[in-house]
Every structure is written in structure tokens, then in C-alpha cells.
Write a protein that binds this ligand. Structure first.
Ligand code: GDP
Length: 373
């Protein structure tokens, strides 16, 4: 019957028998295992990266960010093999408090440098709070509307790895991978909260500090150390009826900079006003950055700073490793509580308690009694 539902016997309320299940269209399907995502060898990663394959680059960055020891070992091999292809970029740190206009500015800066100088741009980020907030807002693609769809731009949010040192190290390693993939301009974004600026400063050639014009006392809010790190201070939102205030703030910053000792680079940090939103004054900022690069390449400071940074990261990595090895050690972690109580209870001095823990760690490590890693 063509329309069984018209039959008298058919009632919508009765449960009709179902039809027999057809056999599988593809009888082999059930036998086939789901294909695993193929794991590349270090050589394959490097080959893909050097070819500029963004998918491979992204996967390699994920590997760098992974906490699994086997991923870490592979990541280190990839990074080491990428090293000879890296280094030939300009690395610019961009920092500012939330709301200073970092994402708006980076969008405008990115479009300008790609348009004016060609090449490829990677935007990375360092946000030590990203683990707490489960995902970083820095380097978030949705915040950089135009750049995120630009074919020559690669935007990667901050790794969520816990300690600032850990996050920063991963970003530094990602720089190497990006450079090997042909990115000749690297922006590293961070929030202006103090420590993360030091981390960014230790991996870039030029450190740009975004400021806002305030009520005239803006200088009080920013730490001297951070201002001293800046190779350029740029005052955003110099538009509409904010222009005069921005100019005034700029002159305050210029005066304040005079009070600091001359930077090692021999470069005099400049203060400029601009509007990221209306794209005013962007060219001047990048003329300044490139002028600086020419200046420090000519006087040797460019290479000097990069070498210092390479050394710094070697020691940082050693420090981090030693700290982790110490605190993650089961014997030590079982002793820490008591040591703390002894110090607080006046039964031991801070130094003697520390000494005891260190002696235990090194002594037993020497005897091989401690199971460390
Ligand atoms: P971030 O938190 O530092 O990344 O800051 P955003 O780029 O998200 O900008 C914060 C707010 O300031 C947004 O509402 C922007 O539209 C606004 N903003 C950013 N740049 C400018 C600018 O040059 N002029 C004006 N008037 N507003 C801006």
C-alpha cells in the first residue's frame, strides 16, 4: 500500500513495529579504527615550518605549550632544528594596561607594517593570568578584527602554563618557530602589570609602552622600572577632544624620561601621541621603530641585546628547572610544612630551616636516594 497511514488499522497512538535496520552501507566501517592524528617526527615538523605551513606551525606551537614530557622532548628537538632558520626578524614588545587600546592598536599597527614593509607578522602574547581565567584574552583573534583575517598574519594567544617564567619561555620558543616559518615581524603583547613586562622586554628588540592621557598625574601610576624599559612611549586615544590632553601627557613623559640615566643602547626613547582607533600617527610610530632598529644595528647594540637575552633565558631555564625539581620532590614537599612551622614557632631560623631542606635535597640526591623526576 502506498499510504499505510490512510489504512483504518493505522492509529497514531499505537506503537507500530519498526522496520528492520538496513545493513551498513559500508560493511568495512565498523572494522576500521578511527584514524589517529598523525604524529610528525621532529624533521617533518621542521620541514613543514620552514615551508611556511601554518597548520604545521600551529601544531608545533601546541607541542611547545604541552606539559607532557614526551611532547616537551620533541618540541625541544624541533626548536633546536629551527634555530638556524630563526633570528632574522624584528621583535617588538607591546604593553599597556587593560583598556589602553592594545588590541585596537595592534590591529592598526599590523596592517600598517604589512602594508608598508611587506613580509609576515606573528602576534604572540604573554599573560600569566591566563591559567586562572582559563584562556587568555591577550592575542585573542576576535580582538584584532582586520589582522585576524589578513593572510600574512598569524595570531596566537598566550600559552596557559602557570608561572610567568613558564609562559614567557614558551612564548620565546614560539618566536623561534615563527621566525623559521618566515615571519619577519613579531609582536609580543602583554598587560601592563609589572613582571610580565620584564619578561617581554627580555625577548624583544624594541619595547613599546602604550599609555593614556589621564588627569595629569598619570606618571604616578606607572612604575619607574617599566618606563625605563621602554624604547618608545606612545600615548593612545589622541583623537577628538582628547588631543590636547594627550599632547600634555606626552610632554610630561618626555620630562620624566630626562631624569633617567641614558639607556645602554645609546638611543633616546621617544614619546609620541596617536590614535589606534582612527589610525592617526601610526606611520610615525613605525618610522621610529625602524629608525631604532637601524640605529642599534649600526652601533652593535642589536646583536649585543639578543646575546644577552639568549644568556638570560639559559639561566632562567636552569633556575626554573632547579626550583621545580626541588619543590616537586616528594621528600622535600613532605618536609616543607614542618620547616615552615619551625620557623614560625621560633624553633629554627629561616636560614637554618632552608639549609636543612637544601642539605637534604642535595645530600640525598647525591646518594641517589631521592627519586626526583
Ligand atoms: P586593550 O584592553 O588594551 O586591548 O584595549 P582595547 O583595544 O580593547 O580598547 C579599549 C577601548 O578603548 C575600546 O572600547 C576601544 O574602542 C577604545 N579605543 C582603543 N583605541 C582607541 C583610540 O585610539 N581612540 C579612542 N577614542 N578609543 C580607543
Amino acid at each position: 500500500m502506498e499510504h499505510p497511514e490512510n489504512d483504518e488499522a493505522y492509529k497514531g497512538l499505537t506503537v507500530n513495529q519498526g522496520i528492520e535496520q538496513p545493513s551498513s552501507v559500508n560493511p568495512y566501517l565498523s572494522q576500521r579504527k578511527r584514524p589517529k592524528r598523525r604524529r610528525f617526527s621532529a624533521g617533518e615538523y621542521v620541514e613543514g615550518i620552514v615551508k611556511g605551513d601554518i597548520t604545521v606551525l600551529s601544531q608545533a606551537v601546541t607541542l611547545v605549550e604541552s606539559l607532557k614530557p614526551e611532547h616537551q622532548a620533541l618540541a625541544q628537538e624541533v626548536i633546536e632544528k629551527c634555530l638556524p632558520f630563526s633570528g632574522s626578524s624584528i621583535r617588538v614588545g607591546i604593553s599597556g594596561v587593560p583598556g589602553a587600546g592594545k588590541s585596537t592598536s595592534i590591529d592598526a599597527f599590523g596592517l600598517h607594517v604589512l602594508d608598508a614593509y611587506g613580509g609576515k607578522l606573528a602576534v604572540l602574547a604573554i599573560d600569566p593570568s591566563s591559567e586562572r581565567s582559563k584562556g587568555s584574552i591577550l592575542g585573542d583573534k576576535t580582538r584584532m578584527e582586520k589582522l585576524s583575517v589578513h593572510p600574512k598574519a598569524f595570531i596566537r594567544p598566550s600559552p596557559a602554563a602557570g608561572s610567568l617564567g613558564g609562559v614567557a619561555r614558551k612564548t620565546r620558543e614560539t618566536i623561534i618557530l615563527c621566525e623559521a616559518a618566515g615571519f619577519d615581524k613579531i609582536f609580543v603583547e602583554t598587560v601592563g602589570v609589572g613582571q610580565s613586562e620584564t619578561a617581554v622586554h627580555s625577548m624583544v628588540d624594541f619595547f613599546l609602552l602604550i599609555q593614556l592621557a589621564g588627569t595629569g598625574d598619570e606618571l604616578q601610576g606607572i612604575k619607574r622600572g617599566i618606563m625605563e624599559m621602554a624604547d618608545g612611549i606612545i600615548i593612545n586615544k589622541a583623537d577628538g577632544n582628547n588631543i590636547e590632553k594627550a599632547k600634555l601627557a606626552a610632554s610630561h613623559f618626555r620630562n620624566a624620561l630626562h631624569l633617567f640615566p641614558a639607556p645602554e643602547s645609546g638611543w633616546t626613547p621617544q614619546v609620541l601621541t596617536y590614535s589606534g582607533f582612527y589610525a592617526i600617527g601610526i606611520k610615525e610610530i613605525w618610522d621610529m621603530v625602524y629608525q631604532y632598529i637601524d640605529f642599534v644595528k649600526a652601533n652593535g647594540y642589536f646583536t649585543y641585546r639578543r646575546n644577552e637575552q639568549a644568556k638570560y633565558w639559559m639561566y632562567e631555564t636552569i633556575n626554573e628547572h632547579l626550583r621545580d625539581s626541588f619543590y616537586n620532590n616528594p621528600v622535600i614537599s613532605s618536609m616543607l610544612g614542618e620547616a615552615e612551622r619551625d620557623v614560625l614557632g621560633g624553633r629554627a631560623t629561616s636560614f637554618s630551616a632552608a639549609r636543612r631542606l637544601l642539605d637534604t635535597y642535595f645530600g640525598e640526591k647525591r646518594d641517589g636516594a631521592l627519586s626526583t623526576e
